[in-house]
Design a protein around this ligand. Structure first.
Ligand SMILES: [Zn+2]
Length: 273
C-alpha cells in the first residue's frame, strides 16, 4: 500500500506534467473502484490549478472550484501518457487533458477510490473531516504528541497509526521511527516522557523525509513506467527484518502483531519501560 512518502512522490511527479492543463474528456472501464466513480465531466473545460497531498489522498484542484479527492488503495497507480497510448490492463480511468496528455489510473485490486467536492467544502468532506495533523508540519512536535496522547492507554505504535493523532504514519514508518527513538512499540502511549516524544516526532519526520528524498530519484517508476509503486526498502532498519540481527546490537529483530498489523522492533534497543 502506498504510504505518505510514496503519495508525496507521486504528487511531485504529476505536478509538472498536468498542472495548468484543461480537462477535455474522461473515460472509464465501467467497473467501480471501491466506491462508484464521481462525475468527472463536471470538470470538463476546467483547468487543473494544482495537485497536493493531504494524508494519503491526492487532491486535484480545478479552477471551477471543484476538487477531486483520490486514494490509491492497495494497488492504484497513475501514469501520464500521450492520447495515442492504448489502455493497459487494469486501467479504469482515462482523463484526457489539453496538450496530448492523458492521466491514466490503473488499479489491479480496485481498492482505490475517487470523489469530487466543492473546493470550499473540502475540509468538511467525509474523507477529510477527521484527519489529524500532517507530520511534516512544524506544529507536529513533542508537545503536540504529549497533549494528544495524555489520555491514550493504547500502545504507542497503535496511537501513531491513528489518523486522528497524526496522518500518514503507516505501518512501515511507525516501526522505523520507534526503533530510531528507542521506544518499545508496546509502551503505553500516555506513559512516554515529553523528551522521548520530542525525539519520536523528530524521527518520524526524519524517516518520512528520507523516504521522500529517496523517492525523488525513482519518480519515473511511480508515474510513467510500468513498475509497481514500491517502498524504499534499502533504508529499513527493522521493518521486514524478523529474526535478522539488529544493526545496532546484533540481537534478533522481533515481529509482533498489534491491531492486526505487523510490528518489528529490537527487544534490546527498545526496552519496555
Ligand atoms: Zn538492537
Amino acid at each position: 500500500m502506498p504510504e505518505l512518502p510514496e503519495v508525496e512522490t507521486i504528487v511531485h511527479g504529476l505536478k509538472p506534467q498536468i498542472e495548468g492543463k484543461v480537462l477535455l474528456a474522461d473515460m472509464n472501464s465501467g467497473k467501480n473502484l471501491r466506491y462508484p466513480l464521481p462525475d468527472f465531466a463536471a470538470c470538463h473545460g476546467a483547468t487543473l490549478k494544482n495537485i497536493e497531498r493531504r494524508a494519503k489522498y491526492l487532491l486535484f484542484h480545478f479552477d471551477n472550484e471543484q476538487t477531486w479527492i483520490w486514494h490509491l488503495g492497495m494497488t492504484g497507480q497513475f501514469h501520464v501518457l500521450s492520447t495515442a497510448e492504448p489502455a493497459a490492463k487494469h486501467e479504469h480511468v482515462c482523463l484526457t487533458f489539453s496538450g496530448d496528455c492523458t492521466l491514466r489510473y490503473r488499479d489491479t485490486r480496485r481498492f482505490g477510490y475517487a470523489g469530487l467536492c466543492q473546493t470550499s467544502e473540502l475540509e468538511s468532506h467525509q474523507w477529510m473531516q477527521n484527519l489529524g495533523i500532517e507530520p511534516l508540519t512544524p506544529a507536529f512536535d513533542g508537545q503536540y504528541l504529549k497533549d494528544k496522547l495524555s489520555t491514550r492507554k493504547t500502545s504507542i505504535k497503535q496511537a501513531m497509526m491513528d489518523n486522528a493523532v497524526v496522518v500518514g504514519v503507516g505501518n512501515i514508518y511507525a516501526s522505523e521511527s520507534l526503533f530510531r527513538a528507542k521506544i518499545n512499540p508496546r509502551q503505553t502511549a500516555n506513559s512516554i516522557s515529553a523528551r522521548k516524544l520530542s525525539t519520536l516526532a523528530t524521527h518520524i519526520q526524519g524517516v518520512l523525509n528520507e523516504a521522500i528524498e529517496a523517492g525523488g530519484s525513482t519518480i519515473s517508476d511511480f508515474v510513467k513506467a510500468d513498475g509497481k509503486p514500491g517502498y524504499f526498502a534499502h533504508s529499513f532498519q527493522v521493518y521486514g527484518r524478523a529474526d535478522k540481527p539488529c544493526f545496532t546490537c546484533s540481537k534478533p529483530i522481533q515481529k509482533i502483531v498489534q491491531g492486526g498489523r505487523s510490528t518489528f522492533f529490537c527487544p534490546k534497543c527498545q526496552k519496555l519501560k
